[in-house]
Design a protein around this ligand. Sequence first.
Ligand SMILES: Cc1cc2nc3c(=O)[nH]c(=O)nc-3n(C[C@H](O)[C@H](O)[C@H](O)COP(=O)(O)OP(=O)(O)OC[C@H]3O[C@@H](n4cnc5c(N)ncnc54)[C@H](O)[C@@H]3O)c2cc1C
Length: 411
Amino acid sequence: MFDFIMTEEQKMLEEEVRDLVGWVPRQLILDMDAMIAPFPKMFLEECGRRNLLGLRFPEEYGGRGMKWEDEIVAISEMSLLGVPLTCLYSLVSIVGDCIVQFGTEDHKQRFLVPTLKGELVCAEALTEPRGGSDFFGATCTARLEGDHYVLNGQKRFIVGAEGADYFMVYARTDLEAPPREGLSCFLVERDENIEVKTVYGLMGARGSGTGRVLFRDTKVPVENLVGKENEGSRIFYRMMVPERMTSASGCVGGGREALEMAARYTTRRKAFGVEIKNFQAVNFMIADSLIKLDAMRSLLYMTARAIDEGVPHGRMRRMVSESKKFCTEAVWDIANNAMQAMGGIAYTNVYPIERFLRDCRLLSIWTGTNEVMSLIIQHEFYKELQAEIRGKRDVELDAPEAFNEEEKIYE
Ligand SMILES: Cc1cc2nc3c(=O)[nH]c(=O)nc-3n(C[C@H](O)[C@H](O)[C@H](O)COP(=O)(O)OP(=O)(O)OC[C@H]3O[C@@H](n4cnc5c(N)ncnc54)[C@H](O)[C@@H]3O)c2cc1C
């Protein structure tokens, strides 16, 4: 983040995260990418030991009562570790948010407290094989039978599935109701009626236990329902804030490192007898990346402030979606520029740029594709435009022919 806007507390938090980032063994990152590491629970345990999980949540449950402005600092710095570990870290913020905002005291004690200590691993299971963007088309069902629901169906691409002790799951509880009115949210504890298959050969973001989760007559006690039955969509809309804010913040630190690595390289590498940073074609790539990095940080910071200040929901939704789309596309450009500026060596595993590039490709697909972000952004903006209070200067009239009604044809 920008040091000149950070409070002393945020600077200390950044230092704490930096220390944790330094603690993570290099071999873990390599083994995760090679898909030979066991599920990295020890990382979450260490985060928990250092009280770095769920920073925004109340202290009484093990959080630090911080704000989004603080959490984006932590996640940005965490993202030096790459997408998979940053994602596992962020999942606590996402699932935890659901529990804090919609859960009962029992959920907080049984799930949130041990999760923040790093003792329980959570995962978020939204996406189904038949569609991710079409979330409300979910076909997983939860049938009420006495004191429990019976869950059937499957979810796919679930990060952390391999190591998860429990899943936050949306399932259809009213098959007759319109899609948005028949979904409920559950905290589903892992048991023998849940099968996790880690079947994917991922291009990047490897090693975080991404899998397919199958529920076969899985019994979920009624007390594990989050919020009210059939009101899952309320929770879903709210959860899109932590989902997308964590995705966006997770672009900053990694992007900064890729940019700096490439810039340093261009000061050492020579071609035609001069350091390649002297070629405008090269140093303009660095300039473009820097602009994107700073723009990312600015938008993210402004969005975090907006959430913390409690802007109206529609405005928040637009800004969060803008941040997610902009940051995830900017970091891809930064990674791509870094590879281009470094030439062939960056395409090899001598530098981590190739891994970073593979990881980054995912960011504009998950937590809502960037096309879905555009849908939300324009939708919320048109709503704002309609609601706009007139009375300010009508700039449309500041044209010589502004009153030429004959030319103002709209249909
Ligand atoms: C490695 C990985 C990890 C993931 N982790 C998780 C996780 O932990 N939990 C979880 O629940 N999910 C997870 N996901 C799922 C991810 O969120 C979805 O892949 C994503 O939402 C897109 O859904 P889809 O893959 O079904 O694509 P589809 O929804 O089939 O979309 C395909 C294309 O159609 C476009 N499209 C669809 N609808 C529209 C529309 N209305 N307007 C314009 N364009 C549209 C999309 O933008 C996209 O380009 C993960 C995915 C991957 C690959």
